[in-house]
Design a protein around this ligand. Structure first.
Ligand code: SAH
Ligand code: SF4
Ligand code: F3S
Length: 469
């Protein structure tokens, strides 16, 4: 039995009672008109998936959703703490709501998500933003109805940061944003404690959802027309470690893959430490699994990787990539990189550059290191000035731009299966390949949400142009 086994529970019936009570309060306040909610989500897909649950709960209380805060009765920002820039945006945007609250004192302004799990942030909100009526962290989602009811009914400010980080709640209603592209969380939290990262502190310990529950949800999504499903977790490769059954991520992936239908299956994020050959083989043999591997390496220097507590080295990373390229036809690789980790030298940064040249990623998510209160890296010596890190960062972008352009150019002439996702500029539509590369093409709007075979005719930097065949 794994020692950090999670406890799975269904969200209590009480919470549904609170949703009814909220509906009654709003009915009186709005004199029968539909109450309106504005939900703004920052950060990663975990937050997007959480917001879809909050919307699911609010929809049960009769709420409709609006795209701007002005007419909303309930405003919620679901926040991200991963970098300082993300936090600054939240503070700026919350500050801008002050005037709105003065004009409409009835509205309830709420903040939730990763930032709110940090005590110093919750305290700052309490002191500096008195018009914020409700604050709760990632651990309190399962009793959001109760918290919202309490703040509506007595007008007092409600601040809550949970700590039951071994619990996992099922049965929260979900209202997905997309009709053909959707997120499916398979696990929550993270146990890795990379030294720069705030996620394990704000999301709690790793816990996996029951395999049968996930498979059932995947079936429902596929049967209701979802074409592109992404399995979500901070480190999907360690799926199952907290479950009593003998399951791992590769088993889960191939069981979902065996569900009949025309759909793509994606997943994120994989951690190189636990990325097994079995997983690569599963992708290679998959029927629906996209030819895309997002495998963040963060740094090309072994010394920096060790200081980051990543538990793999450059060689191990390159070995996995080599194996994956051999096994998976047309594989598209993407990664996350941090530039300017405390103590990183220019020589070490150049090892990151040489790694991206060697692998030839389709695209990269690149970040300048941002110190996070409470993480070990925030206490390390960081002698390189930000301006210098910015220069390294620009150098990296320039190198990657060339690589991406070359990779996209090599696809000209290919016939690719493309999921048409949205109406774009100048009468075009935009879609994505299995490798997650954007394709622009002329096609009727009614093809949005369908797969089409597309001939790639041109490449412009990291975007492809194509035509229907
Ligand atoms: N669980 C995922 C990533 C979660 S955060 C993984 O391990 O890959 C997404 C990305 O943000 C990370 O991969 C990292 O590149 C970046 N990141 C996290 N903390 C950061 C920090 N303090 N400063 C800069 N970038 C950071
Ligand atoms: Fe953060 Fe590392 Fe966990 Fe990813 S694996 S969420 S980078 S601690
Ligand atoms: Fe941000 Fe929380 Fe995701 S910190 S990156 S929203 S897990």
């Amino acid at each position: 039995m794994p020692e950090n086994k999670n406890l799975i529970s269904n969200v209590s019936d009480n919470q549904f009672e609170y949703l009814k009570l909220i509906a009654e309060i709003m009915e009186v306040r709005k004199r029968g008109e539909k109450p309106l909610a504005y939900i703004r989500t920052y950060g990663c897909q975990q937050n997007v998936a959480d917001s879809e649950k909050i919307k699911g709960m609010l929809a049960e209380s009769g709420f409709d959703f609006v795209d701007a805060p002005d007419d909303a009765d309930f405003i919620l920002f679901n926040t991200c703490a991963v970098r300082e820039h993300a936090e600054d945006r939240v503070f700026g945007n919350v500050g801008a709501l002050k005037a709105l609250k003065r004009r409409h004192p009835q509205i309830l302004i709420a903040l939730c998500g990763c930032m709110m799990e940090q005590e110093h942030i919750a305290n700052k909100i309490y002191k500096s933003f008195p018009f914020v009526g409700l604050v709760f962290g990632t651990h309190s989602l399962h009793h959001f109805p109760e918290l919202m009811y309490n703040s509506l009914v007595n007008g007092k400010r409600v601040f809550e940061r949970g700590n039951d980080d071994k619990m996992l709640y099922e049965g929260i209603p979900v209202r997905r944003d997309g009709t053909f592209k959707g997120w499916l969380p398979i696990m929550y939290g993270c146990n890795n404690f990379c030294t720069y990262c705030i996620v394990p502190y704000v999301r709690g310990r790793e816990r996996s959802r029951d395999k049968n529950v996930i498979i059932e949800e995947a079936k429902q999504m596929i049967n209701s027309g979802y074409k592109d499903i992404t399995l979500l977790g901070q480190n999907v490769n360690s799926y199952g470690k907290t479950l009593p059954d003998d399951v791992n991520f590769s088993n889960l992936l191939s069981e979902i893959d065996s569900i009949e239908g025309d759909y793509w299956l994606r997943f994120m994020t994989s951690h190189p430490r636990d990325c097994s050959k079995e997983l690569i083989d599963t992708i290679a043999n998959g029927k629906h699994i996209s030819r895309h591997l997002h495998l963040p390496f963060q740094s090309g220097s072994d010394r920096v990787l060790k200081a980051m507590n990543r538990h793999y080295d450059r060689k191990k990373y390159l070995d996995i990539i080599k194996y994956a390229k051999e096994k998976i036809d047309g594989l598209s690789l993407t990664s996350d990189i941090i530039v300017g980790f405390p103590g990183e030298t220019y020589e070490e940064f150049k090892e990151t550059l040489s790694l991206i040249k060697e692998v030839e990623f389709t695209s990269l998510f690149t970040f300048i290191y941002s110190p996070r209160v409470g993480t070990p890296a925030a206490k390390m010596d960081d002698p390189v000035p930000y301006e210098e890190k910015s220069r390294w960062f620009q150098e990296l972008l320039a190198v990657q731009e060339e690589i991406a352009a070359k990779r996209c150019a090599s696809m000209v002439g290919n016939i690719e299966k493309v999921l048409i996702e949205e109406v774009g500029k100048d009468g075009e539509v935009n879609g994505r390949t299995s490798g997650n590369i954007i394709v622009e093409l002329n096609a009727p709007e009614n093809l949005v949400g369908t797969f089409q075979n597309v001939k790639i005719t041109k490449a412009r930097n990291w975007i492809l142009k194509g035509e229907l065949i």
